[in-house]
Ligand binder design. Sequence first.
Ligand code: SAH
Length: 355
Amino acid sequence: MTALAASLAARIAATGPISLADYMAECLLHPDHGYYSTRDPFGKQGDFTTAPEISQMFGELAGLCLAGAWLDQGRPADIVLAEPGPGRGTLMADILRATRGVPGFHAALRVHLVETSPVLRARQKEALQGHDVAWHDSLHDLPEAPLFLVANEFFDALPIRQFQRDPQGWRERVIGLADDMLSFGLTAPAPHTTLEHRLADTAPGEIVEVCPAAGPLASAIAGRIARHGGAAVIVDYGGWHSRGDTFQALSQHGHTDPLAAPGQADLTAHVDFEALALAARAEGAAVSDLTPQGVWLERLGITERARTLARGMTGAALEAHVAAHRRLTHPEEMGTLFKALAIYPTTAPVPPGFA
Ligand code: SAH
């Protein structure tokens, strides 16, 4: 049993079952044993890979999208260029490199990263050498200023709760103990006013997921954009609505039992983009159509960019480059599963690549 498993078991024995959200938060963010707190999980040697780690094209096009929105909004000064959950810092480094040629953009911005992991903060510092970067523990700490933000695979790491519909209300899926081992269980059914709108589109036995942190974070982003201008691009896997059980654990590029080794596997859930959009609109910001990642990248010109980059390549490098283009855009790979959503001021045009 890992140290974290033992401490969770002791806590559950003393005070009862915990929600999936509590479990995810402990497993991902525990200061000594949390998954992100203690490692760099990316790449072939790691547990999973992400779009910016697959190809520089992802960050380059995200950069052009944000810089395009900045130009469309009249080139505001003193802007915040922000990224929550920047991983290795690759995406932000590619954004900065791709936008060097946009006159005035770099002079107008300061980079703000939101990251809880000390290990990953160190990686980000290396990747962004030569840039003036401020780090924050929470998105709520970003300054009040025009906000240009990108978030890739950040919202999927936020803790979720699961509720199973029952003829008598909703039963929360919790983690308790069976024979001293962590095991899933269900609470007694109870009515939940916040889930009443889901009675229309679920049947008894079905699971819905709720991410308590997502709405307030989307509000923090959208409020700044509505008040000061800016644009946010949120990319993640998920859909318009939470539907069914999407809680999953990844280790060494494969699925594993999420309860088997707490703190040793990445835990995620699909993102409910409707919840982000509702929170953003309530702050007075506009929200784009939810756009498949492949469509968004095609509209930003990924195929042209891929051809340009391919000119200097041969052999294995060229093969890897072609595979990366396909992986980012093809419907059977990340092209459709991953979606992009933009938040922008109601007075500004929709950011490039969105409708
Ligand atoms: N965006 C990167 C990394 C995605 S992994 C990429 O695309 O490669 C998730 C990132 O979010 C990691 O950097 C992790 O440490 C960070 N993270 C997870 N939960 C967080 C939280 N609650 N607050 C801030 N950062 C968090």
